[in-house]
Design a protein around this ligand. Structure first.
Ligand SMILES: Cc1cc2nc3c(=O)[nH]c(=O)nc-3n(C[C@H](O)[C@H](O)[C@H](O)COP(=O)(O)O)c2cc1C
Length: 574
């Protein structure tokens, strides 16, 4: 952990007042302050309260000095702080404004709290604004999701989605038949494995036991069982907290936690044994994660308990970093061989999770699937650069990987181009948490969606942004047992299931508004986006077309040995 991380951790407002935290506040400066205060008080007592001491009444003497200890303490604290601030070299402004600078530091620390509760408007906060969070909280509790008087959103705002309603339709759902009975997708039909049928389009995205607490995983798994959805256990391996009866997708991260040999490579016997678990329905090879493409999973040592270390087969007391990429393969052929290996051992569908960059990569996967029927992934999870994480460097989180919408459109287009779209299921992940976002993802080509942070909100997450510090105040992204106890597993599981069901019902409502039976019929001409004041474009004109154009342009430019920009300049000159 970097010094900055440590500082951030120790100053976190959500930190519980643990013994360790108190210990941390003792350093050479506090020691000097304490010794000076004690000495000054004793000297004062000796010279000015001597009578009491002479009377042999040392207890009264000490009590009479308590007030002075406080007063001297305060004065000396200011003096010591002044010297400290003047002599430290980390912060120039602290040297110019010693002592008073701490008022500024306090305000900075308290700022996020004040802004969140008092000043930030409902649509302002990131990554999830208050309207979205409240919608999830209410939906998870099964509260009525109706509003009076009309929308609070500005429908003319750039980026707003508008569903194209069908006024005249003969679809049977319009007669009030039970909603949603149409949605059904089968995974693994083309590769000779035990196929898996999805009857719900919302599933719980990968989050490991380690990133999240044991209770959080118990609630997610029980909630998945109640809702009839899948829970991806994340790259931390399978743990007892996953055994609540919910169906599991086992994720194989680059470190192969849970199924690795002593060299960190895939252990076939362990994988075979794991595949016997009745709850595990599919396996997922994680190639990359939207919040940190090019970097493997990170688990800071504060979160590595002996149980987690045993499950992952890693040591305690040391941050765990998974390699950036799989050592077993380095190209699409190697990936296909690895998928075959996992599929042969497990006899279950095998998917991949990836982040889209240049379109050529997913095109290569699609082309290979087309050349080699019966090979390749059973499903592809596209994670957007806008996705979440337990811990990630800010640079990757904020700048790497296409966002979900663009990524899904690219993948859908590439698979269609090579005529293999019908052989693979696309999961979309990346800041999807409300029905309109589910509808948009499906309109752009997703067959189902993966949600991580939305489900964390349903558990009770308050977006304290403390996932990486082990100090999550809601007991979700922490291994601190005291904080974890706040989470009631059964109640949280009910919220998880209710949230999944509300998403189902309300996305279905949007599909019906378009005149369809099921959301997988919504296409990218059924939703328009406000692209500038007074101007709307179809989704199909934005993300899909830009993927297509990008691919063509790059292909052409590479053929000429130029960058896309250079090619355009050359063409303009002609
Ligand atoms: C706390 C946390 C832990 C995560 N752990 C994993 C993981 O182990 N493996 C993985 O592939 N993705 C992991 N992710 C990423 C999610 O699975 C998901 O792809 C991403 O957050 C996008 O979904 P969201 O926007 O709904 O959160 C994690 C995300 C969060 C928030």
């Amino acid at each position: 952990m970097s010094t900055n991380d440590k500082k951030f951790q120790s100053t976190s407002l959500a930190s519980p007042p643990s013994f360790q935290l108190i210990l941390k506040t003792f350093n050479k400066w506090t020691l000097v302050w304490f010794v000076l205060t004690a000495l000054t008080t004793v000297i004062y007592g000796y010279y000015f309260q001597y009578e009491l001491l002479q009377e042999g009444n040392s207890i009264s003497w000490i009590i009479s000095l308590a007030g002075y200890f406080f007063l001297f303490g305060l004065g000396l604290a200011i003096l010591v702080l002044f010297i400290h601030d003047k002599f430290q070299s980390n912060d120039p402004i602290q040297r110019v404004f010693p002592v008073v600078i701490w008022g500024r530091k306090l305000l900075i620390l308290l700022g996020p709290l004040f802004r969140q509760y008092l000043f930030a408007n409902d649509q302002e906060e990131l990554p999830y604004n208050r309207i979205t969070r409240n919608w999830i909280y209410e939906s998870s509790r099964g509260a009525r999701n109706t509003i009076g008087f009309g929308t609070q959103l500005d429908m003319d705002k750039v980026g707003s989605y508008i569903i194209m309603p069908a006024t005249f339709t003969n679809k049977k759902t319009k007669t009030g038949e039970e909603v949603g009975h149409k949605y059904k997708k089968v995974i693994g039909l083309h590769t000779g494995v035990m196929s898996v049928t999805l009857t719900h389009f919302v599933h719980i995205s990968a989050m490991s036991f380690g990133a999240l607490s044991g209770r959080a995983h118990e609630a997610l798994n029980l909630g998945a069982k109640m809702a009839g959805i899948l829970q991806n256990c994340g790259e931390g391996g399978l743990a007892p907290c996953h055994e609540k009866g919910g169906d599991i997708i086992f994720q194989l991260g680059t470190a192969k936690y849970g199924v690795r040999d002593e060299n960190g490579l895939l252990d076939d016997d362990l994988l075979r044994e794991t595949a016997q678990h009745p709850q595990i329905k599919m396996f997922e090879i994680k190639l990359a994660q939207g919040a940190k493409p090019g970097k493997g999973g990170m688990l800071l040592k504060e979160k590595i308990t002996p149980e987690i270390a045993k499950i992952r087969k890693i040591p305690t007391g040391k941050d765990a970093y998974a390699p950036a990429r799989h050592t077993e393969f380095s190209d699409v052929d190697g990936l296909f061989d690895f998928i075959d290996r996992v599929r042969k051992i497990t006899q279950k569908p095998v998917g991949i999770k990836m982040v889209i960059g240049h379109t050529s990569e997913i095109e290569e996967v699609a082309a290979k699937m087309s050349e080699q029927p019966g090979r390749g992934p059973d499903y592809i999870a596209i994670d957007g650069g806008d996705g979440g994480t337990g811990a990630s460097p800010l640079v990757l989180s904020s700048y790497a990987g296409l966002p979900m919408k663009q990524g899904v459109a690219v993948a859908d287009w590439a698979l269609k181009k090579h005529k293999v779209r019908g052989r693979v299921i696309i999961f979309a992940a990346g800041k999807i948490s409300t029905p309109i976002e589910v509808a948009v993802a499906m309109a752009l080509g997703a067959d189902a969606v993966y949600i991580a942070r939305g489900f964390m909100f349903s558990l009770g997450c308050i977006q304290a942004l403390e996932c990486h510090t082990n100090n999550c105040p809601s007991g979700i992204a922490t291994q601190n047992k005291r904080l974890e106890r706040a989470l009631n597993v059964e109640a949280a599981a009910r919220r998880v299931a209710t949230y999944a069901q509300t998403l189902y019902n309300e996305t279905q409502m949007l599909a019906e508004a378009c005149g369809y039976d099921s959301p997988d019929q919504i296409n990218s001409d059924d939703i328009m986006v406000v692209t500038s004041p007074g101007h709307l474009d179809y989704l199909s004109e934005l993300h899909g077309i830009s993927a297509y154009e990008a691919s063509l342009e790059r292909q052409r430019a590479r053929g000429m040995g130029l960058s896309v920009g250079e090619m355009k300049m050359a063409e303009n000159k002609q």
